[in-house]
Design a binder for this molecule. Structure first.
Ligand code: PAF
Length: 286
């Protein structure tokens, strides 16, 4: 598999391959089955896939979280090697830039995503989406992808990226890919690596309670569904709820009545020990 560490090398390579379509899969490494689904989708839809591994410092509002973020580049390279990376019809190359390559001028940009940068993740991780937007704008500029792939686990991030593309009038098509879950239904995340087996079992309750919420959507009120979810999490002492929201899947504005939207999504952030996990489930989409 080809690995590029500088913008110049990558762009030189991209200018020599006669590829009609470039798929881009941005990651922060610690690759897992969720990333695999993004790369496979990109391989199906493009002749060339650029996968990046870059732990983006600007999107971490918490230094500790940045320090603890799992990094294992040799495992990531081994993981990517399973993808038939050098097959010319569905080639995958790795972009592994340093911080200097991505932020040579160290100039901070400021974005306004309206409500998307005020609620849920944005409220609890100030500056997070600004950092995501900075790195994604930079990556899109470097790679000039036809399509870019993002997991729906980071639902709000996906909405922010779509908004960024619209604001900047970019031609890249953003493809959202379904959440991939572990055998116990815990949403796949690089952060899961930091959970003990017991914590993983406890974290499986997050999805179980989201499913309860889905079952009772429309038969109970929004408030009752929310209260039930909060109470269920409280009964598991190792889980600390940060937020649980029921919101419109397009605007991410929280709702009080089911009739306010025909696309309704439940969003949750939970700490298991010091590991922060997020998940979401569509309650209804008519
Ligand atoms: O979802 C992630 O892993 C990151 O936020 C992303 C999209 C790679 C940007 O750093």
């Amino acid at each position: 598999m080809l690995v590029f560490k500088t913008v110049r090398e990558l762009q030189q390579f991209l200018s020599t391959v006669a590829s009609n379509s470039i798929g881009f899969v941005p990651t922060m490494g610690a690759l897992h089955q969720g990333h695999l689904s993004l790369i496979e989708k990109s391989q199906q839809q493009n002749e060339l896939t650029v996968c990046s591994v870059f732990v983006n410092p600007t999107q971490f509002n918490n230094k500790e979280d940045l320090l603890n973020y799992p990094r294992n580049i040799s495992a990531d390279i081994q993981f990517l090697a399973c993808f038939d990376c050098d097959n010319e019809e569905k080639r995958v190359v790795l972009f592994l830039p340093s911080e200097n390559e991505i932020y040579p001028n160290k100039i901070e940009k400021n974005y306004d995503f309206g409500n998307l940068s005020l609620v849920m993740e944005a409220q609890h991780r100030p500056g997070h989406f600004n950092g995501v937007a900075m790195v994604i704008e930079r990556f899109f500029d470097i790679v000039q992808p036809t399509k870019a792939y993002f997991g729906e686990k980071d639902f709000q991030q996906l909405a922010v990226v779509r908004n960024l593309v619209k604001q900047l009038n970019l031609s890249v098509q953003i493809i959202g890919c379904p959440i991939v879950r572990e055998a116990n239904n815990l949403a796949m995340s690089s952060r899961n690596e930091r959970l003990t087996p017991e914590q993983k079992e406890q974290a499986a309750n997050i999805y179980k309670f989201l499913q309860h919420a889905k079952q009772h959507a429309k038969t109970l009120t929004v408030e009752e569904v929310k209260n039930n979810f909060v109470d269920s999490i409280k009964n598991i002492p190792t889980l600390q709820l940060e937020y649980f929201e029921i919101a419109d899947g397009n605007t991410l504005l929280s709702i009080n009545n089911w009739s306010e939207t025909n696309y309704c999504v439940a969003f949750v952030a939970v700490f298991v020990g010091n590991v922060r996990l997020i998940d979401n489930v569509t309650l209804h989409k008519d």
